[in-house]
Design a protein around this ligand. Structure first.
Ligand code: PHB
Length: 395
C-alpha cells in the first residue's frame, strides 16, 4: 500500500525561531515549505525561554516583516551592568559601538512569527511528529510524520531542514551519529525563576559575587526573570520562596531586589556543543539542532537566526537559480559565527562564574581579568561588540 504524500519544496522540522523564520524568508523568494512540530501551538507560545536579542536580529525581524510587534515588545537596552568586587561597572553599548541590544522574550517572537506566517498562508502542522527520514542522499529527501489524529504520511521535499532543537531527529542523518561533534559540559548550572514584580534595575545586572553568579534579567513591566548559579543536580523546588529570595539577594550584594510571587523555577544546564556536520546532500540542520551555547550572553536564538539567514540564501540559489555553490559554502560560513559565539558564551561564563573547586589563585586571576577589561576602553568595546552582535553574513 502506498502512503499518502505531501509535496513541498522545503520540509522544515521544528517551529521554533529558526524553522519559522526560514519559512518566512523562503516565502519571500517564492519558495514554498511545510513546517511541522510535535508540540501544540499553545505549548510553543507559552514556553518562556531566552530573552536578549542582538541589534541585527531585531533589525532583520523588522525589515523582513517577520514580526509586527517588534516596536512595542522589544525593549531597547543601551548597556549592561557587571558587578564584581563590591562595585557596579557599566558597559555602554551605544557609546562603544553605536548599537544597542534588545530584551525581546523568545516566546513573544514566536507568538508574532506564528501569527505572521499563518496569516500569509504558511502550512504549519502542530502536534505532528517526525518519525523517520528516508532518501536523505537523493534529490527528494522525505520525512515520515505522525499527525494529531494518529495519521501517518510522508512529506517529500527538494530539501529537508532540521530546526528541531537539541534532541534533533534530523541531526544523526547529517552527522552519521547522535553525538558527533565538539562537546563541553560545565560543573555548574543556573537556577532560574520567573516572578511577578516590577523591574529591580533598568538594565541587566551580571553579578560575580563571592556567593556565585547571578543575572537579574527582565521580561515585562510586571514579570521578571532572574538566575543564580547552582549545582547541576539542584532540585529547583527544594527551597521556600523566602529562602530563594534570601539566596538571590545574597548574590547581588549592594542592590535591593524587588521581590514578588515566584511562579516558575527551572534549572538550566551549561553545555557547549557544535555538531560535526551541518549538511549532507539536501539535508541541513540549523539552530539548536546544530549547536548549543551556555546561556551567559544569550547567543542561542541569535545564532539560530544567523544560520537561518545563511541557509535561506543558499536555498534561494539552489531552488530558484539551480546554483549549488552557495549551499557548498553554507557550513563553513555558518561555523565562523558559531565558533565566535561559542567563544563569547564560554568567555562571558568564565569571566563571571567560578567552578566549585576554584582556588584563591583562580578567584584573584578572574578579578584581575575583570579589572583589566574595565580599565581599558578597547576591552569594554570587545565585550560590547560581541554582545550587540555582528552584521549577518549572506550567501
Ligand atoms: C534571559 O533573560 O533569559 C537572559 C538574558 C541575558 C543573558 C542570558 C539570559 O545573558
Amino acid at each position: 500500500m502506498t502512503r499518502t504524500t505531501v509535496r513541498t519544496q522545503v520540509a522544515i522540522v521544528g517551529a521554533g525561531p529558526a524553522g519559522l523564520l526560514l519559512s518566512h524568508l523562503l516565502a519571500a523568494e517564492g519558495i514554498d515549505s511545510v513546517v511541522i512540530d510535535s508540540r501544540t501551538r499553545e505549548n510553543i507560545e507559552g514556553t518562556v525561554k531566552a530573552g536578549t536579542l542582538e541589534y541585527g536580529t531585531v533589525q532583520l525581524l523588522q525589515d523582513s516583516c517577520a514580526t509586527r510587534n517588534t516596536a512595542t515588545v522589544a525593549q531597547r537596552h543601551d548597556g549592561i551592568e557587571l558587578w564584581f568586587d563590591g562595585d557596579s561597572h557599566r558597559v555602554d553599548f551605544v557609546g562603544l559601538t553605536g548599537k544597542n541590544a534588545y530584551l525581546y522574550p523568545q516566546h513573544e517572537v514566536l507568538i508574532d512569527l506564528i501569527a505572521t506566517r499563518l496569516e500569509l498562508g504558511q502550512d504549519i502542522r502542530f502536534e505532528t511528529t517526525a518519525t523517520g527520514i528516508s532518501a536523505a542522499d537523493g534529490t527528494t529527501p522525505t520525512v515520515t510524520v505522525h499527525g494529531p489524529e494518529g495519521d501517518e504520511y510522508d512529506i517529500v521535499a527538494d530539501f529537508l531542514v532540521g530546526a528541531d532543537g537539541a534532541r534533533s531527529l534530523v541531526r544523526p542523518v547529517v552527522t552519521g551519529s547522535t553525538h558527533g561533534g565538539s562537546f563541553r559540559e560545565y560543573p555548574f548550572a543556573w537556577l532560574g525563576i520567573l516572578c511577578r514584580a516590577p523591574r529591580s534595575n533598568e538594565e541587566l545586572i551580571y553579578s560575580n559575587s563571592p556567593d556565585g553568579f547571578a543575572l537579574i534579567s527582565q521580561r515585562t513591566d510586571t514579570v521578571q526573570r532572574m538566575y543564580i548559579q547552582c549545582d547541576p543536580d539542584t532540585d529547583p523546588n527544594a527551597l521556600s520562596e523566602a529562602e530563594l529570595w534570601a539566596q538571590f539577594q545574597r548574590h547581588v550584594p549592594g542592590k535591593q531586589l524587588i521581590e514578588g510571587p515566584i511562579f516558575q523555577r527551572d534549572v538550566l544546564r551549561f553545555r557547549s556543543f557544535v555538531a560535526s556536520a551541518m549538511r549532507r546532500g539536501r539535508v541541513a540542520i540549523i539552530g539548536d539542532a546544530a549547536h548549543t551555547v551556555p546561556p551567559t550572553g544569550a547567543k542561542g536564538m541569535n545564532l539560530a537566526i544567523a544560520d537561518t539567514v545563511l541557509l535561506s540564501g543558499a536555498l534561494r540559489a539552489l531552488l530558484n537559480e539551480n546554483d549549488s555553490r552557495p549551499l557548498d559554502d553554507f557550513e563553513d560560513r555558518a561555523l565562523e559565527r558559531i565558533w565566535k559565539s561559542q567563544h563569547f558564551s564560554w568567555w562571558m561564563t568564565s569571566l563571571t562564574h567560578l567552578t566549585p573547586d576554584a582556588s584563591d589563585f583562580d578567584r584573584r586571576r578572574q578579578l584581575g581579568e575583570l579589572r583589566a577589561l574595565f580599565d581599558s576602553e578597547s576591552g569594554q568595546r570587545y565585550l560590547a561588540d560581541f554582545y550587540v552582535g555582528w552584521p549577518f553574513a549572506m550567501l
